[in-house]
Design a protein around this ligand. Structure first.
Ligand code: ADP
Ligand code: PLP
Length: 257
């Protein structure tokens, strides 16, 4: 049997916690053949106070996507889009491939609080929603995309419904420690059904947890699982990944706020 094929449209994380390094590591755990179109290169900033994002040359990025037009992917996972131009080309790519499941991890807010040009990018990401199978914002990203303030699990439910209403077939909002200091609560919504997935918060390096979670969802969907089952299984997968994570690099991370 041939392996399912999943494309990551993602950045490179030089420390390999997140980005396409995390995507490929996850695909390999699921027996998925992983492809990558690189959106950007992320390095530790020279003063070591955070990260610097270097967008891919726009022509090079376009040529990567054009090269992939004839591959029959089983799913496409989208991560860090560092500029509006790169986001636009990505949107046009998924519009050309509407038969493929798309998992959008809207990387607007890093754990390291590196705010990209947030309001314009938020508006651009909203244009993706009608072409997206699952969107996986963290709490702050969900607030930006929905225009709501989220302080409780019931706010999270309303925001998830609002995002599903804007076109995403399935929404998973990843709750942070602002919501609950002890439990990592994620809220799933498909426009009708709403489900909460909860795990204890683990005090370990969770850099790249968002990338790993979205890639696991993409892998499960590519393997034929329903989206709800894919999310449930991926929540377990990322929990195990954090329990076994390496502690290295210069940053300690909180679960997103
Ligand atoms: N410290 C942690 N302990 C347990 N689960 C976590 C922890 N950090 C993140 N998660 C889980 O990992 C997944 C990714 O979430 P998160 O890291 O908050 O996303 P993002 O990287 O987009 O901010 C979610 O399912 C979240 O609940
Ligand atoms: C290229 C890239 N994409 C995405 C992320 C987001 O990572 P996380 O899953 O921790 O939000 C990072 C963070 O380092 C990154 O470098």
């Amino acid at each position: 049997m041939t392996m399912p094929k999943v494309l990551a449209i993602s950045g490179s994380d030089v420390l390999s916690g997140g980005g396409f390094q995390a995507d490929l590591a996850t695909y390999s755990q699921y027996g998925i053949y992983g492809f990558v179109a690189v959106t950007s290169i992320v390095t530790v900033a020279e003063n070591a106070s955070g990260f610097d994002i270097f967008p891919a040359d726009i022509e090079v990025f376009k040529r990567q996507l054009d090269s992939l037009d004839d591959v029959a992917f089983d799913a496409i996972k989208i991560g860090l889009l560092p500029s509006l131009e790169i986001a636009d080309l990505t949107l046009r790519f998924i519009q050309r491939h509407q038969d493929v499941s798309v998992i959008l991890d809207p990387v607007l807010v890093f754990k390291e609080n590196h705010d990209t040009e947030i309001s314009q990018m938020t508006a651009k990401l909203l244009e993706f929603l009608p072409f997206v199978t699952v969107i996986t914002p963290n709490l702050r990203e969900a607030e930006m995309l929905s225009g709501m303030t989220i302080t409780t699990v019931s706010d999270m439910k309303v925001a998830a419904k609002a995002l599903s209403g804007l076109g995403s077939q399935h929404t998973v909002i990843k709750g942070g420690s602002r919501l609950d200091k002890h439990f990592a609560r994620d809220l799933y919504d498909d426009g009708g059904l709403s489900r909460e997935f909860v795990k204890p918060i683990v005090a370990r390096n969770n850099n790249g947890a968002g990338c790993t979670f979205a890639s696991a969802i993409a892998s499960n969907i590519a393997r034929g699982k329903s989206v709800l089952t894919a999310v449930e299984q991926s929540k377990d997968f990322v929990y195990q990944a954090i329990l076994n994570s390496n502690e290295y690099g210069v940053f300690q991370h909180d679960i997103n706020t």
